[in-house]
Design a protein around this ligand. Structure first.
Ligand code: AMP
Length: 565
């Protein structure tokens, strides 16, 4: 079975399509969300999700998170003395989800549909595909998150022609998409976004306010202290869903520092962020030639859309209440699973034609005439403009620049800058032209871009009809199956702890962290509890371990609650 995966900045999750529809797959801890966090412990065990998060509280230098933001970039993350790229870290998360899906379905899982922000460029999409391959998954399709969300809301089943705006505010990325349903065609009309805006920024606002009001300096806090402060701020932020005033509590140097914030004050503090949200909305509307008032429905995706400040902002802007019938954290994964079912041509899902748009401009480098006969090189000529519905095919004609020019070189670029050098280089091809005077020979450059992000470039010499074609794959991006195999071997020194032990491990890590945060008598008590649990683990008797785990869990919970009061 092909599963659907939402590989998120903060959390990831998998879903599958069963007889009853799309269903979220619980992970080994029984949770629906797996934090997109990876750690490597002292024995080279890879920890993923909540366990990695817990481990990272005590060993932040061995933990990585928010790596989705660096997908497809050269950035390296150092964990326990070794370096990893974002696609490698993501592959560990995917592998964990794959194992959970296998346990849930009782069969091997080797294929997946993985979602990415609509705004991800080619390089990032390829890195995502590679992450899947490194995790042992064939990536059947990379689907844009808003499209997946729209599918999960069943928007494609509506009978009336409708315009939707999908508002997706995740942990670290913001995406807006305008979709239009016309008969049974669901078309993405425009996408816009901000790769550096998300729920984390709304947490950071509280942290900054806390530090300022308490006269504290972030530079004087250790990495661990900062991490704890962010954790407290995130808890406080989430409470806005239920309360009009929240209090952030943070123990520091023997005293408890606090910050109380009302929803009104928080709204004021968030104004610059809300302003940043407005821009991609406007851009997507104008690219789609749709007016604000013409949006029929607003669909919310991403954990951060639960924030009342964000919801209020949307209601004020669109003058309508957003559709929240699907859990905003789960919409994308569910949609990816429906898409997987469509790929499998399952009877239960209605055949729907999905079209997507190219989320960036594809073009080539040209020289432009500055003054008569004076050319300046390095300019960008757009061929397929961003937000063109794909599959798309467009042609532009370019002429020779010099007398007796023999070769025309087509550099394939992606990006929005007027200047070639600021855009992403994808590849190039050359074609010979007959020697003539400058401007007398020309080639037609045709770009064809399909739904799987494959770009075909065809160059035709106008005078001779000679044709050259090439499929452009991003430079140094695609790994051959052999290279993937090599990389997997390189990573083989890492061990994957058995799935069944994860819950015990997480509990021990939690106990150790609480021990580190405590002192005196409390430590003695915690030590006794933890040792009792370790003894139980030694027995290797599932019944004994189960009882001890429940007991320790209960004790730690009470201990934490008691400490927070
Ligand atoms: P995602 O990447 O979609 O999982 O979004 C995660 C983001 O949503 C994080 O920044 C969370 O802090 C935020 N989030 C999750 N639940 C809530 C909530 N109840 N209220 C406010 N923010 C939330």
């Amino acid at each position: 079975m092909i599963i659907g995966i939402d590989l998120g900045t903060t959390n990831s999750l998998a879903a599958c399509f069963t007889g009853e529809g799309a269903e979220i797959i619980s992970n080994r801890l029984g949770k629906r969300l797996t934090p997109s966090v990876v750690a490597v412990d002292g024995e080279n065990n890879i920890l993923v999700g909540e366990t990695a998060k817990e481990y990272g509280l005590v060993h932040p230098e061995r933990m990585a998170q928010v790596f989705k933001r660096s997908m497809g970039s050269g950035k390296k993350f150092r964990l326990g003395g070794r370096e990893f790229r974002a696609d490698e870290l993501s592959s560990f998360v995917l592998r964990s989800l794959k194992e959970d899906a296998e346990a849930f379905l009782g069969e091997p899982v080797t294929e997946a549909v993985i979602s990415v922000p609509a705004y991800f460029d080619d390089k990032r999409r390829k890195a995502t595909r590679r992450a899947g391959e490194l995790a042992g998954l064939t990536v059947e399709r990379i689907i844009s998150e808003p499209t997946a969300a729209a599918i999960s809301y069943g928007l494609y089943e509506k009978t009336k022609n409708t315009r939707f705006l999908v508002f997706d505010l995740g942990g670290g990325t913001f995406d807006v998409s305008i979709l239009e349903l016309f008969q049974n065609i669901l078309e993405v009309r425009a996408v816009a976004g901000d790769n550096y805006l998300g729920g984390e920024d709304f947490t950071e606002i509280l942290v900054a306010e806390f530090l300022e009001k308490n006269g504290m300096d972030a530079d004087r806090l250790s990495e661990k202290e900062i991490a704890k402060l962010y954790r407290e701020a995130e808890l406080a932020k989430k409470q806005f869903s239920e309360k009009n005033e929240v209090t952030l509590r943070y123990p520091y140097e023997g005293e408890e520092k606090t910050l109380s914030v009302t929803l009104d004050r928080y709204e004021t503090l968030c104004e610059p962020l809300l302003e940043k949200i407005r821009r991609p909305i406007q851009r997507s509307l104008s690219d789609a030639h749709v007016r604000l008032s013409e949006v029929d429905e607003v669909v919310l995706v991403g954990g951060a859309t639960r924030l009342p400040v964000v919801r209020n902002f949307i209601v004020k802007l669109f003058r309508k209440f957003p559709d929240t019938t699907v859990h905003p954290d789960e919409a994308v994964a569910l949609g990816a699973a429906v898409q997987a079912a469509m790929k499998e041509r399952r009877e239960e899902v209605k055949e729907v034609i999905l079209t997507d748009v190219c989320s960036f401009t594809l073009g080539t480098e040209v020289s432009v005439e500055r003054a008569r006969g004076l050319y300046e090189s390095g300019h960008f000529l757009p061929i397929i403009e961003r937000n063109t519905v794909i599959p798309a095919s467009r042609t532009e004609r370019v002429y020779t620049l010099h007398d007796n020019q023999e070769i025309i070189r087509v550099r394939v670029l992606q990006g929005e800058s007027r200047f070639a050098q600021n855009n992403l280089y994808l590849g190039e091809l050359e074609i010979r032209v007959p020697k003539k005077k400058a401007g007398e020979e020309a080639v037609d450059i045709t770009y064809t871009y399909d739904i799987n992000s494959l770009l075909e470039v065809e160059v035709t010499v106008v005078s001779t009809g000679e044709v050259k074609k090439q499929i452009i794959r991003g430079k140094d991006n695609d790994l051959t199956p052999e290279e993937i195999g090599e990389r997997m071997k390189e990573l083989a020194y890492l061990k994957i702890p058995p799935r069944e032990q994860e819950e015990n491990r997480l509990l021990l890590l939690k106990g150790e962290r609480i021990y580190e945060e405590s002192t005196g008598e409390e430590r003695v008590l915690l030590d006794v509890w933890l040792r009792a649990f370790e003894d139980a683990l030694e027995t290797r008797d599932a019944g004994v371990i189960g009882d001890a785990r429940r007991e320790l869990k209960e004790r730690l919970k009470e201990f934490e609650e008691w400490n927070q009061d």
